[in-house]
Every structure is written in structure tokens, then in C-alpha cells.
Design a protein around this ligand. Structure first.
Ligand code: DC
Length: 231
């Protein structure tokens, strides 16, 4: 059956493997993959570089003046992975560091930042054929997406996965209890913030991947994609 080009919106809790799944689908079906968390991380890096964050306070009037000058793009590197560019500079490594991770929820909660990012995200979908992941893709960015998925897993399982990942990277100081507390705190912040809180769109398909292998979840998503693209 003939497949049409569609928009795929993937939302869900932090550390539940959203981006791994979204990337795998994009690669398999030849679509572009957009990591919207990377965009909020890049704005946060911009704020840090321009000294706009003091403690838990963002200098909003200054950021508001700068926001039209912040452009975020993605480029595929030699390994076939997508790198994030902030005003033309590759910032993929910096945006994954602890300094940015610790401040990104402050910046992503600001209404005018979200409106600017949403406008850039919507402009990326001109030709369809896109897989985008985040927190508000099915609810705010692409409410008409042909396929919407909301992914979750228990906090315990997500913390175990992150704990293992930290250990494999040589982190021997962070305890499991700290990781679990961080996962629970981010869930609370993401789902209770005033601007675009994390919530499942009414027409999104729910996937709890607590007990699924990577292969099983990739296959589940691919089957839902085929159904939506041939509908
Ligand atoms: O997915 P991530 O951990 O890289 O996201 C970084 C932060 O950005 C996280 O605090 C949630 C926020 N975010 C958001 O508010 N809206 C999105 N569409 C994507 C991420």
C-alpha cells in the first residue's frame, strides 16, 4: 500500500528512551529527526554564555531582547548523527553538560522562549517527513500530527536505566537514590509548570516501555507508523 509522508510527534517523561526510539524510527523510514530538548538546551547555553542566569533567576527582559537573534539548526555529522548548532556553531557537546542540565528547566518554563522555539519547530515541518520528540509536540507544536505517541515508564525503571548509564560512563559518586529523586523532581516540574505542561494529547497512543526491550519498542513504533502512513 502507498505510504504518505506524515508528521510523527513523540512526547513523554524524561529518561524513558524517547529520543532513542524517535531516532531509530527516523533512520528506518528516512525521515528527519528533531530533538526539541536540544533546542531548549541551546537557549540555556546562550543564556549562560551571555551571563543571563544568576542562581535560579533568568534575566528575562534581556533574554526577551536577545531571543529573535537565537537561531537553532541541526546538521548530520560524518557518523550520521544529528548535531545541534547555535547561531551556526556546533554546541552538541556543551548542551549535554551538567551546567546546562541544571538550568534548562528554568529557561524552558518561560513563555516567550517556548513561543520562539515552537515557531522554529513548526517551520521545520514544511515538507512533512519528520519525527520530533519533546514534551509538547502532540499538544502544542503539531496538534494535527498523523501519529502521536506518549511514552512513559515507571520512575523506578527510568532511574535504574539512568543509574546504569552513569555508571558505565565512570560515575561512581552518584547514588541510585539521588538519581531516583532527580527523575521524580523533573516529572513534577515538567507536569506542573504553567507554560505547556507535559500531558498526553487526547489522541496520542500511550506506550509504557517499563518491560520492553529496545527491539520490541522500536518494532511497536514502526508498526504504528506504517498504520498511520497508510491510513
Ligand atoms: O529531553 P531533554 O531532557 O533534553 O529536555 C531538556 C529540557 O527541556 C527538559 O527540562 C524539558 C524541556 N523541554 C520542554 O520543555 N519542551 C520540549 N518540547 C522539550 C524539552
Amino acid at each position: 500500500m502507498k505510504q504518505k509522508r506524515i508528521t510523527v510527534a513523540i512526547d513523554g517523561h524524561s529518561s524513558c528512551g524517547k529520543s532513542t526510539m524517535a531516532k531509530a524510527l527516523a533512520k528506518r523510514v528516512g525521515y528527519a529527526y528533531i530533538d526539541t530538548g536540544a533546542m531548549y538546551r541551546a537557549v540555556t547555553l546562550y543564556c549562560l554564555e551571555h551571563d543571563m542566569i544568576k542562581g535560579e533567576e533568568v534575566n528575562k527582559p534581556r533574554l526577551r531582547r536577545h531571543i529573535p537573534k537565537i537561531e537553532i539548526t541541526f546538521q548530520v555529522n560524518e557518523e550520521g548523527k544529528s548535531d545541534t548548532y547555535l547561531n551556526g556553531k556546533n554546541v552538541e557537546k556543551e548542551i549535554r553538560g551538567m551546567e546546562v542540565s541544571n538550568k534548562v528547566s528554568l529557561v524552558s518554563a518561560i513563555g516567550f522562549v517556548r513561543r520562539a522555539m515552537v515557531a522554529q519547530q513548526q517551520a521545520m515541518d514544511k515538507n512533512k517527513g519528520i519525527v520530533m520528540d519533546g514534551r509538547d509536540i502532540g499538544t502544542v507544536v503539531f496538534p494535527d500530527a498523523e501519529l502521536k505517541v506518549f511514552i512513559t515508564a515507571s520512575a523506578q525503571v527510568r532511574a535504574e536505566r539512568r543509574f546504569k548509564e552513569l555508571q558505565s560512563k565512570g560515575d561512581t559518586t552518584t547514588t541510585f537514590e539521588e538519581v531516583l529523586a532527580n527523575v521524580q523532581e523533573r516529572d513534577l516540574l515538567d507536569s506542573t509548570r504553567k507554560e505547556s505542561p507535559l500531558r498526553q494529547a487526547d489522541d496520542a497512543l500511550l506506550l509504557d516501555n517499563s518491560n520492553l526491550t529496545l527491539e520490541e519498542q522500536d518494532e511497536w513504533l514502526y508498526q504504528r507508523f506504517v498504520e498511520a502512513a497508510t491510513r
